[in-house]
Ligand binder design. Structure first.
Ligand code: NAD
Ligand code: ZN
Length: 308
């Protein structure tokens, strides 16, 4: 996003008396790598940054995760500020202090819990976001409604989110802040934020990342909610309202990955602990529970969720 927003941020910081240097790297998940990380360290050393300086992450989740981990590790930690410019980064990745880079073996394998000093979100930047990126962020927005707030989910159904973005982002950030402040290191409640993600990550793996993360999460929420109805965790109308929201925001609800493909992919995922798997299961709109299941019963959940 350097071509769109860097000048403005540099001018603003300079006017406030800061000396600013910028490191720009190519967009895309490929940049969230150890290679970029070491290039940024080299740059910071060359520019003689010390612990009295701070880092600003200007961009989407890739930039935030990478710059956050730089800040967590450079000189044993220097301050950092998030300026999220995607909907996903605004409602999700910029809040909560998870930072990481990917390795060849998998995503987010090296990282740290490291809180930013400030998250500065300007919803006007989302005006330049490609529509598919906006939709991907909406999957996480809908997730917040499903796990924590029925009134909020209804507001997404009643009125397009794009018409009241500030409120929508603020509501999601407040929910994430509250969950994270009660369970920063994901020992319990924070796991609710993984609703749709166990199946979602499996879909991402089996489709070789041809789908966006948000689309995969949308499918994951739909599959788990269908299974929850089938298994008596929630009523039909919980599923109906989720599907309405996904449809309204143009998100997919089905996958052509098979039960076998998804089971294999999910069991290879790091979120598994031993032979158990943790699923986030809806009980009604606005409330989900964490259910620990035997890994070998996961294929039944997928079948109940409508996967062929
Ligand atoms: P991204 O950072 O790759 O951004 C998506 C694309 O949009 C990029 O091409 C980017 O250049 C472009 N873009 C960004 N802002 C723009 C704007 N305002 N106008 C036009 N184009 C713009 O993707 P993302 O979806 O923001 O983030 C995904 C990453 O976030 C993944 O690496 C994921 O692992 C991570 N993530 C982290 C957390 C966390 O808690 N730390 C949570 C969720 C996701
Ligand atoms: Zn997600």
């Amino acid at each position: 996003v350097a071509s769109l927003y860097l000048d403005q941020v540099v001018q603003s910081l300079s006017a406030a008396g800061y000396t600013v240097v910028s490191y720009i790297f190519p967009h895309g998940e490929d940049s969230k790598s150890a290679e970029t990380l070491f290039r940024v360290y080299d740059f910071l050393i060359k520019e003689q940054l010390t612990r009295s300086d701070f880092i600003v992450a200007l961009g989407g989740g890739v930039t935030g995760d990478l710059a956050g981990f730089v800040a967590a590790s450079y000189m044993r930690g220097i301050d950092f500020v998030q300026i999220p410019t995607t909907l996903l980064a605004a409602v999700d990745s910029s809040v909560g202090g998870k930072t990481a880079v990917d390795l060849d073996e998998g995503k987010n394998l090296v990282g740290a819990f490291y809180q930013p000093r400030l998250v500065l979100c300007d919803p006007d930047t989302l005006a330049t976001l490609p529509p598919e990126q906006f939709r991907a962020g909406m999957a996480e927005v809908i997730k917040y409604g499903m796990i924590g707030d029925e009134v909020f989910l209804n507001s997404l159904l009643a009125r397009p989110a794009a018409e009241h973005l500030e409120e929508v982002i603020a509501a999601c950030v407040a929910m994430k802040r509250d969950v994270v402040s009660r369970d920063e290191f994901e020992q319990g409640e924070r796991r609710l934020l993984n609703f749709g993600h166990t199946v979602g990550h499996a879909v991402e793996r089996c489709r070789g990342f041809a789908l966006s993360h948000g689309e995969a999460v949308a499918i994951g929420m739909a599959v788990l909610s269908r299974a929850a109805v089938d298994k008596g965790y929630c009523g039909e109308e919980t599923l109906t309202r989720l599907l309405q929201a996904l449809q309204q925001y143009d998100l997919p609800m089905e996958t052509d990955c098979t039960v076998e493909e998804l089971s294999a992919a999910a069991l290879a995922d790091k979120k598994r602990s031993g032979d158990k798997l943790r699923l986030v299961v809806p009980e009604r709109v606005g409330r989900c529970r964490i259910e620990t299941i035997a890994a070998d019963s996961f294929h039944e959940w997928l079948k109940a969720g409508g996967v062929q």
